[in-house]
Design a protein around this ligand. Structure first.
Ligand SMILES: [Zn+2]
Length: 465
């Protein structure tokens, strides 16, 4: 039986079991700092395995330079800049000269040289990697202090601007009432060396009550950008919530005895996005991010380019066509509380969906959601070496080594959306099919049964058509 959960019961945010649970998870995290514990151990004269840690880091760094994804390109560039500074520090440089006859100036070349030495010259290499760690650590600690000071200031100015907006009537009362949550959320600077393939700029994890901001943002971007980013995450924190306990109802041997047992806390609503008990997909995350970034840009006064531009342009179009911004904000900040459901006074979210459908036609809201799901699937497909096909191209494509796959969502009479993809079966057909299967599994685990695939051409083996 597959894992399955049922929403058990609604809880209030002040519920002691919920707060205790949150507190425990919050305490379990203290931030990320590359090699900090190794430095301590080394200084106490204990064995510290720097080689293992750096082998992993350098490998990821070199991979990011070969990967063509736009994200890897920027991360690779950042790491190159970081290593070039580290390697030119005099104390590091001295050790490099002792180990290598000639020290290449290109950081990637040098990283790969060090990588090749790992396991061969333990003592000298440990000294070198310790020096690299010390240099990096001192710098990170300094950045962290500056960052923490900046977070405090930003938090205060965020609170002030929310209070003013509520006073002026542009944001609903609930925004102000939810500000207290900020005090319970840890804001951490994430050391990018400790996780070089982290795919975010910043992220809020409600389950762990933490916000993390990548250290590359501090080094590469200015404080204005960080302020906007913090505003974005703070809006996520104070946006409307609904908290439920979930109960496991599948994949355990003795279902009867487990029935009614609380399995964990499920934050089912965040702003405008909702979580289903099974699968990892958040429903309506496009509009949730659009509104969050819209607010962050407006309230932080940031003048550079914001994130989620496609999502924001869909939102702007709706607002221009007459969608009431106040209704959007009421739905966004709405906390679902049991008693309100009974009174029937709330559910601004339902009104929002109705309004969007009134403005852009039946099923318009669902259609927008599907558009973004298909886009996400397309991005993953491109990562795998596939591509989306244009309509004309789909007609003419006649390559026996390319599989044509139709991806569709929904029922045709409603907001049906469909896209055709091409997936190359070269050079190794077997391997390609294995990758395709794991892609289907990934889609299933994220979106459940919503997304359907139909392999249109099953080309014959060997190239004859
Ligand atoms: Zn966000």
């Amino acid at each position: 039986m597959p894992e399955a959960y049922r929403i058990h019961r609604h809880v209030s945010e002040s519920d002691p079991e919920y707060q205790g649970n949150l507190e425990k998870r919050r305490k379990a995290y203290s931030g990320s700092h590359f090699s900090a514990d190794l430095i301590d151990r080394h200084e106490r004269g204990e064995r510290a395995d720097f080689e293992y840690l750096f082998a992993k880091l350098f490998r990821k760094y070199l991979e990011s330079l070969h990967d063509k994804g736009s994200y890897s390109i920027s991360r690779g560039r950042i790491l190159t800049q970081k290593f070039s500074e580290i390697f030119s520090d005099p104390s590091v440089r001295g050790l490099l000269i002792k180990i290598f006859e000639d020290v290449p100036s290109d950081p990637a070349e040098l990283a790969s040289k060090i990588l090749n030495k790992i396991g061969q010259a333990p003592q000298e290499l440990t000294e070198l990697l310790y020096a690299v760690s010390k240099f990096h650590s001192a710098r990170f600690e300094k950045e962290k202090l500056e960052f923490e000071k900046f977070v405090q200031q930003t938090k205060e100015s965020f609170k002030l601007s929310i209070a003013e907006a509520v006073e002026a009537g542009s944001l609903p009362e609930e925004a102000l009432k939810s500000l207290w949550r900020l005090e319970g959320v840890g804001v951490f600077l994430k050391d990018i060396l400790s996780d070089p393939t982290w795919p975010n700029v910043a992220a809020y994890d409600p389950a762990l009550a933490k916000i993390e901001v990548g250290s590359d943002l501090v080094e590469i971007e200015g404080w204005e950008r960080i302020r906007k980013t913090l505003f974005h995450e703070f809006f996520h924190v104070i946006s409307g919530k609904a908290i439920n306990f979930k109960e496991k109802i599948g994949s355990i041997e003795d279902i009867e005895s487990a029935r009614g047992k609380i399995e964990g806390v499920l934050d089912i609503k965040h702003g405008l996005q909702f979580k289903t008990p099974n699968g990892s997909h958040y429903v309506n995350s496009w509009i949730n991010e659009a509104v969050t970034e819209y607010l962050a840009l407006q309230f932080s006064g940031f003048e550079g380019e914001g994130s989620y531009s496609d999502e924001r342009s869909d939102l702007s179009r709706l607002l221009e066509k007459g969608l009431d911004a106040k209704l959007v904000f009421r739905a966004y900040f709405e906390n679902f509380v049991q008693e309100d459901h009974v009174s029937g006074e709330r559910w601004q979210f339902g009104k929002l969906v109705e309004e969007v459908n009134r403005i852009e036609g039946q099923f318009a809201f669902a259609r927008l959601e599907k558009k973004y799901i298909l886009r996400h699937i397309e991005e993953k497909f491109i990562d795998m070496g596939g591509r989306a096909l244009g309509e004309v191209e789909a007609e003419v494509l006649d390559d026996p080594d390319t599989l044509k796959i139709e991806c569709s969502m929904g029922i045709p009479s409603q907001s049906f959306l469909q896209k055709t993809f091409a997936f190359p079966l070269r050079p190794d057909r077997e391997k390609a099919l294995v990758r395709l299967k794991s892609f289907y599994n990934w889609v299933g685990s994220v979106y459940g049964q919503k997304v359907k695939f139909n392999e249109m051409s099953a080309p014959s083996n060997g190239g004859n058509n």
